[in-house]
Write a new protein. Structure first.
Length: 592
């Protein structure tokens, strides 16, 4: 069975059981507690908590998806036969309230353990035609905090008839899932194994883990299942190497033409090339922090191998075409190979420069410790793997990833402490991720800066052209900081013109309003959205001008904003500088 058939059969199966099929969300999550989307349930977090209503947004309390995921937890293992950074996850979800939980009930109601387990077993044994003799399952055995998952055990054993010796009792580490980030839905899980390989994880979200660490039983338990497509495909295609499945076959063959005798590196390149394509397609750009840093690590590792094995750049162009062909039908965003190649090329130029200087620096050290490695990373942007790759074997023989990570953490703690100090240790009055204020007075200022940010975005597009897009925004009581895509320094005249346009609109004393509507409708209004951010099904559009139709500024935005532009006061751009490749950054203030 081919990987596309598997995807299709999975979605069809659950559609027939009352599930709404929801497209994959972006790899950039709508959840500030994680850097990248790591699981299918992530886009649904707020349906589990009851903040959003699945029946309203999807027409059913049941959904199914094939989700793009990225996990860094296994990055060190990539190169073996099973580990990947980017992967696809098939999943079915239920948000409750639990209806009959009868597997014959194909309504739109929520369901729980019985239906999930019956359907998973039916899909595996009947649709995928896996012989039940190959199947084992695991259930949560319980501990001091969370009890034994007796229900799942009974369903598997007494109802489905899985013999006792094929049921594994797992502990917290293996059979309890979530939350993603520091709080959220979580619960015991039951897994399905085929020939000893775990293929499907069924999580029963009966709990909500609070930020403080406490588990609270939820009113409407939910279901969140996840099945890695690559691994499942390997099982069904009878290979024990995900790189031998039809998902990777042509890509691996192509890379092998350039590096015939290094299987491990071929696999790393196949994984990293594919993952980079998907990250870039979702709007991630290489940088020294967060998701951008993850992408930079992947790209620089690719580039290091290019140097080391003297790989021709054509390999990248050809690989992009292969990846595009394989995935564009499901993920049309990967069609943009030109942009992807451009990002890679820009990174190559930077990398050359960094490597040039970095190599000289590396050579100075007889021994590279964790601290030295961190210094090399911070100063020259050389990722850990690359330092290992480029230094002499002797110099890195005692270098451990943990030591580097410890240095990294120390550094982060210092910056966190700095941030806390800045906010005086008080709880924030306003904190939307983008807007931060410690008290009422600051909040007022921040709101003025926020509306000024919308005006700035509009003005930049007027002055520099419609290709300019918001790439990031951060606002505190002192200033706004706005990142946007543009590939050169702005001239003083352009800066002045932008500033004047904003001040002009402030003077006009225009009203600022919002309208709430379904996302689909909102997209049609031409409102600007924050590149690939994932929005809920119902969104707000803030607009400045008489009405939504003829407003000059319209953006997908959660607010808050001032009521009239005159409240902003005077607007001044303090600085325009490079932020990362192809991205400029403006800092600006408002004056009363
Ligand atoms: N969230 C669970 C996982 O990622 C099940 O989907 O395994």
């Amino acid at each position: 069975m081919s990987s596309s058939e598997i995807r299709q059969k999975f979605l069809e199966f659950f559609k027939n059981k009352g599930h709404a099929i929801v497209p994959s969300s972006s790899l950039i999550p709508d959840d500030p507690s994680v850097l990248l989307t790591t699981a299918g349930m992530q886009q649904f977090k707020r349906y589990y908590t009851g903040e959003l209503d699945a029946l309203k947004d999807f027409g059913s309390q049941r959904t199914a998806s094939c989700q793009k995921c990225f996990r860094t937890s296994d990055i060190e293992e990539v190169g073996d036969q099973t580990h990947l950074t980017f992967f696809e996850m098939l999943g079915n979800f239920s948000f409750g309230p639990v209806g009959s939980d009868n597997p014959e009930d194909f309504s739109k109601d929520g369901y729980f353990k019985r239906s999930s387990i019956y359907w998973a077993y039916e899909f595996v044994s009947q649709i995928l035609e896996i012989n039940p003799a190959r199947i084992e399952v695991s259930v949560f055995k319980g501990d001091e905090e969370i009890p034994f998952d007796k229900e799942s055990y009974k369903i598997w054993h007494e109802e489905i008839g899985i013999p006792k010796e094929k049921i594994i009792f797992g502990n917290r580490a293996d059979n309890f899932w979530g939350p993603t980030g520091d709080e959220g839905p979580c619960g015991p899980c039951t897994e399905i194994y085929v020939d000893g390989v775990e293929i499907w994880n069924l999580v029963f979200n009966e709990y909500y883990k609070e930020k403080g660490g406490e588990y609270r039983k939820v009113e409407k338990p939910g279901v969140d299942t996840g099945m890695g497509l690559e691994r499942l495909t390997a099982v069904l295609q009878g290979v024990d190497d995900v790189f031998q499945t039809d998902i990777f076959e042509s890509l691996v063959l192509k890379i092998k033409e350039s590096i015939p005798s290094h299987d491990r590196i071929v696999r790393i390149l196949a994984d990293h090339l594919r993952a980079s394509v998907f990250l870039i397609a979702d709007g991630v750009r290489p940088s020294n922090k967060e998701a951008g840093y993850i992408l930079r690590r992947l790209l620089r590792r690719i580039l290091a191998y290019q140097l080391k094995y003297d790989i021709h750049a054509d390999l990248f162009t050809e690989s992009m075409e292969i990846i595009k062909e394989k995935f564009e039908k499901i993920y049309p965003e990967v069609k943009e190979t030109k942009i992807i190649l451009k990002v890679l090329e820009e990174e190559r130029l930077k990398f050359q420069e960094a490597v040039g200087r970095g190599i000289k620096e590396i050579e100075k050290y007889k021994e590279i410790t964790g601290a030295v490695a961190f210094y090399l990373y911070e100063t020259f942007g050389l990722p850990f793997e690359l330092i290992k790759e480029l230094a002499s074997e002797e110099a890195v023989k005692n270098l451990l990833k943990e030591d580097f990570d410890k240095e990294f953490e120390k550094h982060q703690e210092i910056s966190r402490a700095g941030a806390e100090k800045k906010f005086g240790g008080h709880g924030l009055v306003l904190d939307t991720g983008e807007l931060k204020a410690a008290n009422e007075e600051e909040a007022k200022k921040v709101v003025r800066l926020h509306t000024a940010t919308h005006l700035l975005h509009w003005a930049l597009r007027r002055v520099l052209g419609g290709e300019v897009r918001q790439m990031g925004s951060d606002i505190n009581a002192e200033r706004l900081r706005f990142d946007f895509s543009f590939n050169r320094k702005m001239t003083p005249e352009e800066i002045k013109e932008t500033e004047d346009l904003v001040n002009q609109k402030i003077k006009e004393d225009l009203s600022v309003n919002f309208k709430e509507m379904p996302k689909k409708e909102a997209e049609k209004t031409g409102a600007l959205s924050f590149f690939k951010a994932k929005y809920p099904e119902t969104v707000k559009i803030y607009y400045i001008g008489e009405n939504l139709e003829n407003a000059f500024s319209k953006e997908f935005c959660g607010g808050p904003h001032v009521g009239r532009t005159s409240e902003i006061g005077g607007f001044k751009i303090l600085k325009e500088e490079a932020s990362s490749a192809g991205v400029r950054r403006i800092r600006a203030v408002v004056e009363s």
